[in-house]
Design a protein around this ligand. Structure first.
Ligand code: 13P
Length: 250
């Protein structure tokens, strides 16, 4: 059985002092719980504050929202894997729909970021998901397969470091969610694709993201195909985030 991952993507919210205040409230509300981990993705400038405030919690993983694939150089505004690691990051989001559709990140760039993270000993969280028009055109499976193809050529040990997050673009920040059933169907297709690499697909956690809230988190987490959730808006409030983190066991 894989460990359940409850991941919070804070996007461009929560400054270092706001992140510390969040943790002052959240940590007493959420005790380490067997079989699950909490992954926090703060802004780059808050990474160190969050890593320091959670240093004694082995059940909490801190990650970067984005990294560049080059180790350094003239790349104004970018963050290298080594810089993120030194600030306390052990994972990073890759290919989030906002990176793809607002900032034009391509599959090729996503693939380079994954390889840079693996070389730096960090776990990539590869986000995949279709846009509404792609879903309506029946292209969900094809889009997700194409986005997953950046994993082609990785060896079994590298694949074992990957987390996949299925986030249908039409469900992000909209209040619309895929049904747990619909999400499970896509999750199964993701696992079938991963199984093609000759690794045990159940070893790779597949998370669901898109308008997850305290009221619906349990339905997703109860679905055997879903190994965790990646949450935006509802992770910004420490009380609602603690409710989501407890919803599998409460
Ligand atoms: P919301 O939970 O706000 O829909 O955001 C989901 C998301 O993009 C997490 O990465």
């Amino acid at each position: 059985m894989t460990t359940t991952i409850l991941a919070a993507n804070w996007k461009m919210h929560l400054s270092p002092s706001e992140a510390r205040a969040f943790l002052d409230t959240f940590l007493p509300l959420y005790e380490p719980t067997s079989g699950q981990e909490v992954w926090l993705f703060p802004s780059a400038v808050a990474l160190e504050a969050v890593a320091n405030a959670t240093a004694d919690r082995t059940d909490i993983v801190v990650g970067a929202q984005n990294v560049h694939w080059e180790p350094g150089g003239a790349f104004t505004g970018e963050l290298s894997v080594t810089m993120a690691a030194e600030a306390g990051a052990r994972a990073a989001l890759v290919g989030h729909s906002e990176r793809r559709h607002v900032f034009g990140e391509t599959d090729a760039e996503t693939g380079k970021k994954i390889r840079a993270l693996l070389s730096g000993g960090m776990r990539p969280v590869l986000c995949v998901g279709e846009k509404l028009e792609e879903r309506e055109a029946g292209q969900t499976a094809a889009v997700v397969q194409r986005q997953l193809s950046v994993l082609d050529g990785l060896d079994a040990q590298s694949l074992g470091q990957i987390v996949v997050a299925y986030e249908p673009v039409w469900a992000i920040g909209t209040g619309r969610t895929a049904s747990a059933d619909d999400a499970a169907t896509v999750h199964r297709a993701i696992r079938d694709r991963i199984a093609d690499y000759g690794v045990t697909a159940t070893d790779i956690p597949v998370l669901y993201g898109g308008s997850v809230k305290p009221a619906n988190a349990r339905a997703f987490l109860q679905e055997p195909e879903i190994d965790g959730v990646l949450v935006g808006g509802a992770s910004l409030d420490p009380v609602s985030w603690s409710e989501i983190c407890r919803s599998r066991v409460d």
